[in-house]
Ligand binder design. Structure first.
Ligand SMILES: O=C(O)CCC(=O)C(=O)O
Ligand SMILES: [Fe+2]
Length: 265
């Protein structure tokens, strides 16, 4: 197949599926004051930060629950080769706090207004990552979750975060559709390449004057992000990072490699 035909097929195939899903699941979303600013941040930059009701003691409870869960050998815990990163998908079904995060209406409203696609499936991943030597950070280095369509997530750190213990990083504006193939072409990659080295990201930022944002949010704040943009969890130099992440799918079937990891009691 000609590469151009391939791009058209992949890209438009996804867009057609999106429109079909929108038509079949039309629901009017009532925006709240402040939403417009968050939607503008998502459109322009690819991320925004919203307040939540979670306080320091809620976060402490989440950390304790995560530590306990990672001890439970009957649960489908994922961990990386280095033993730095532990994850449990479906944490919302064993933790009341995670369930509240999962159902948090402000995140759902803003993210589905942004994608203009009703959310049809969501699971909460509870994660703990330690500063073991040579850890790659959460997500395993710079990447896009998808290149073909907008994909969104919400993330809440459950421990105090600083520049050294693994904050989320994002190349502002790298989710903007029309630029995705331009950046890939400059790096001599396929238009929908998803993995990037540190050096490639540095080159892109210099060439196209892009800025890397490091999201050091306050306890309990929630990051809403379009993960089709370039992002990573910064590799940790010290400490341990706890976080909850909502994985969200629209009409698309949840990928089998994730589905099989989700804990259902
Ligand atoms: O947890 C993070 O900081 C980023 C992980 C990631 O790449 C993702 O959730 O898509
Ligand atoms: Fe990611």
């Amino acid at each position: 197949m000609h590469p151009f035909t391939k791009i058209l097929k992949t890209y438009h195939g996804n867009e057609v599926a999106n429109w079909r899903h929108r038509l079949n699941n039309q629901k009017k979303i009532e925006l709240q004051p402040g939403d417009i600013q968050h939607l503008e941040n998502l459109e322009k930059r690819g991320w925004t930060v919203i307040p939540s009701q979670f306080n320091a003691s809620d976060l402490e409870e989440i950390r304790t629950e995560l530590d306990r869960a990672f001890e439970r050998t009957e649960l489908p815990i994922w961990s990386d080769d280095e033993g730095a990163d532990h994850r449990l998908f479906g944490f919302d079904s064993i933790s009341e706090k995670a369930k509240q995060f999962h159902q948090f209406a402000d995140s759902i409203r803003i993210l589905s207004s942004y994608t203009r696609i009703p959310i049809s499936f969501m699971t909460t991943m509870g994660g703990r990552i330690k500063s073991i030597e040579k850890n790659k950070g959460s997500g395993g280095g710079w990447h896009r979750d998808t290149a073909e369509f907008r994909q969104v997530k919400s993330i809440m750190y459950a421990s105090p975060i600083d520049l050294n213990n693994g904050p989320f990083q994002y190349v502002d504006g790298s989710h903007i559709r029309k630029n995705i193939p331009t950046y890939a072409k400059y790096l001599k990659k396929d238009w929908n390449e998803r993995r990037f080295t540190n050096e490639e990201v540095e080159n892109l930022c210099n060439q196209f004057n892009l800025k890397v944002s490091t999201l050091v949010s306050s306890p309990g704040e929630i990051i809403l992000v379009d993960t089709s943009g370039l992002h990573r969890g910064k590799p940790l130099e010290t400490g341990t990072r706890y976080a909850l992440t909502n994985y969200i799918w629209n009409h698309r079937l949840i990928p089998p490699h994730i589905r099989q990891m989700i804990y259902t009691p």
